[in-house]
Design a protein around this ligand. Structure first.
Ligand code: NAP
Length: 651
């Protein structure tokens, strides 16, 4: 069990001046909640200092400056005055906290969210922020029989990224032995592999961590890859699972034995040595974005300079003084380009489609000393801050992604989606004067058709630097000394950076997974059409579970860290169910799986990312969305809370 769930914080010893200065930099919504915890007084919850979730569309209509939570500057000042008083009193009485009733906590939830939250939605939120300091997502076996079964149920986990590490921690807590097979020499998965210049997460760090292991030391609000990698390294040590991980080792195949009801997993180490591991269950945590995809462009293999994929950036890579081409304008490219442009060397950006970008001036901002002080020392501030980030993300813009069948435009999918398009268009236009450049960088597809990227203005600024050129003519081929476009123009370069994405539609690729009666998973999925029930379990593949499997990627509305916790919760509870039934294996019923997938497909087609004219890594070559979860995160949390025995065959 985590040591970090309690809201007990370091005592406040700082003087009033320090505190008053620190308060200027804090989030007012979380601050109000902390005041209630310190004072036990709920008067503020009846005041007009109520925060409100506001998306970029509504924010664009505001005429006066607002603080976090859409509060006016005067309201912010009032909250800070209350906070200073509350903190002083709290400090002077030795940092003792009053106990708040359940009713008060519920009142606080309603106040902060601006609506009456009830039923399991309350549970969902309280679980996410562990307000009662209880780790509700941990699964423990409460009797000797279950414990004995658990101890004799070895599990192989494939991948030691966010999902695999989480599974290892939870299995260990539950007393289930596991071995984690990791192809890299370190923990972190994507956050180990992606080391290109400028790589950072585009979800707020304070909600991009395990719920049971919050991190109050992020150096910026959207942390860089190296720091996220370090966080996972820390978690492996903190939860003592490092010795379960076999590094530099890949899973080659996994075969289910119908008679013995066990898996045989063949692994290969860096020296090419093969070994077979026996497992009661296999958990795949290989992610959707871990096999770099080079573009199928004629001549790329014969290019005489260096070809680098964003997802496999070489450690020794020094491109200073070189003429570099970047192919792609997706999430990776938009981080690489501003960073590389700083060097001043010629940079040629080859864009096939431009990206929509959310204005976010905080995107590269550091977490200040004052903010870190509050996260560590103000009672419950970190928990409510996490809730605020989580809630504004989950409730933020989901409605604007949904297709209105009566709406008729190639540029948007509904009236509210069009409102978003207008605001995002204005954001682009506000940064560029040249009409030719505007025409090039303005997307001609609906917002949310592809992933919308976070932007603080540095990308378009980079494109307008003298050393940077944006080329939108199609790439015809790669010559030995450069890139040739459709107008037969040669752009000579020394290196090509392919920020061209991953084999996202090849789930569990390139492993060979064989289930019941010799069925090959790749055949069942027709190569690139992965489907699973809840994105987790697959008919004919007993005791095979996926984390971040087919149709589990979130486009908006929540963090993938939360989804991973939902999936691991479901997997652990499936093991418990299995042990309780006395059976050895379970696989999903085909009809349950098919029915779920029909709902997934219909919902995805009704979302902007399912829009027929737009291609993205969310879709396979046939145009089916294989990556995305189309449901709200609360609905997915409900679906994955507890497995239903009726959904499964048991063996
Ligand atoms: P991506 O978003 O799929 O972008 C690939 C880019 O390459 C697109 O602009 C694509 O153009 C272009 N492209 C592909 N093949 C091409 C070709 N043959 N010729 C010309 N252009 C070509 O890939 P990514 O940037 O690696 O990002 C993938 C996902 O990883 C993201 O959506 C995100 O989920 C994750 N990611 C997250 C972060 C973060 O948190 N900050 C950072 C990086 C990645 P088209 O659009 O025209 O296909």
């Amino acid at each position: 069990m985590s040591k970090h769930l309690e809201a007990s914080v370091d005592p406040i010893t700082e003087d009033d001046d320090f505190i008053a200065r620190a308060l200027e930099e804090l989030s007012p919504p979380a601050l109000i909640m902390s005041i209630v915890h310190m004072t036990g007084n709920t008067d503020l919850l009846k005041s007009n200092l109520r925060p409100r979730v506001m998306d970029v569309v509504e924010a664009s209509t505001q005429t006066e400056p607002l603080e976090d939570g859409s509060l006016t500057l005067a309201q912010g000042a009032e909250i800070r005055a209350h906070a200073l008083e509350a903190i002083r009193t709290y400090r002077e009485r030795g940092c003792e906290l009053p106990t708040l009733s359940e009713e008060t906590i519920n009142e606080m939830l309603d106040f902060m969210s601006g609506q009456h939250i009830e039923g399991d939605y309350r549970e969902f939120i309280k679980e996410e922020i562990a307000i009662d300091a209880v780790d509700h997502r941990a699964v423990e076996f409460d009797n000797a029989k279950l414990k004995a079964r658990a101890a004799n149920f070895p599990v192989v986990i494939i991948g030691a990224g966010m999902g695999g590490l989480l599974a290892a921690i939870r299995l260990d807590e539950a007393g289930i032995p596991c071995t984690v097979i990791e192809k890299n020499p370190a923990i972190g998965g994507t956050w180990y592999e992606n080391r290109y210049p400028g790589c950072r997460v585009d979800v707020q760090g304070h909600s991009y961590s395990y719920s049971f292991e919050p991190n109050h030391d992020w150096s910026s609000h959207y942390p860089k890859a190296r720091e996220i990698h370090d966080y996972y390294e820390h978690c492996a040590d903190e939860y003592k699972v490092r010795d379960k991980i076999r590094f530099n080792t890949e899973v080659e195949s996994a075969v289910y034995d119908d008679t013995r009801k066990r898996w045989t997993v063949t692994v290969v180490d860096a020296q090419g040595r093969r070994e077979q591991l026996e497992a009661g269950a296999v958990i795949s945590a290989v992610g959707q974005l871990n096999r770099p995809k080079l573009p199928a462009i004629e001549g790329l293999n014969d290019f005489s300079g260096r070809v680098i994929h964003s997802g496999a950036w070489p450690k020794d890579c020094d491109l200073s003084g070189k003429r570099v081409a970047v192919i792609g304008c997706g999430a990776s490219a938009l981080q690489i380009i501003p960073e590389m442009a700083k060097a001043g060397s010629p940079l040629l950006v080859f864009q096939r489609s431009p990206a929509w970008m959310f204005p976010n001036l905080e995107y590269h901002s550091p977490v200040t000393e004052a903010q870190r002080w509050a996260l560590k020392k103000l009672p419950y501030y970190s928990k409510w801050y996490r809730f605020w980030l989580f809630y504004t993300a989950t409730e933020g813009v989901f409605a604007k992604t949904q297709v209105d069948p009566a709406w008729n435009s190639p540029l948007s999918v509904s009236a509210s989606n069009d409102d978003m398009r207008i605001v995002l268009t204005e954001w682009i236009k506000s940064q560029v004067d040249d009409p030719e450049l505007i025409a090039k960088v303005l997307p001609d597809y609906p917002p949310f058709g592809k992933r919308i990227l976070q932007d603080n203005g540095c990308y378009l600024q980079a494109l307008q630097q003298d050393n940077v050129d944006l080329i939108t003519d199609g790439i015809e081929k790669v010559a030995t000394n450069g890139i040739v476009t459709s107008d037969v123009k040669l752009y000579e370069v020394d290196a090509i950076v392919c920020a061209t994405g991953f084999h996202a539609d090849r789930f569990l690729f390139p492993m060979k997974i064989t289930g019941r009666k010799g069925i090959d998973l790749n055949d069942q999925w027709q190569g690139n059409n992965g489907r699973a029930y809840l994105g987790i379990t697959v008919p004919n593949f007993p005791n095979l579970f996926c984390i971040y499997g087919p149709n589990t990627n979130l486009v908006v509305a929540g963090s993938i860290a939360h989804n991973a916790e939902s999936q691991v919760n479901y997997i652990l509870r499936s093991f418990k169910l299995l042990f309780e039934t006395g059976k050895d294996a379970m696989d999903c019923r085909q009809d349950v799986h098919d029915d779920y997938n029909e709902r997934v497909d219909a919902a995805n087609e009704g979302a902007a990312w399912g829009w027929p004219g737009v291609n993205s890594w969310y879709k396979n070559e046939q145009g089916r969305i294989t990556a995305n979860l189309p449901f709200r995160i609360i609905d997915y949390w409900r679906m994955t809370k507890q497995p239903n025995p009726a959904d499964y065959h048991f063996y």
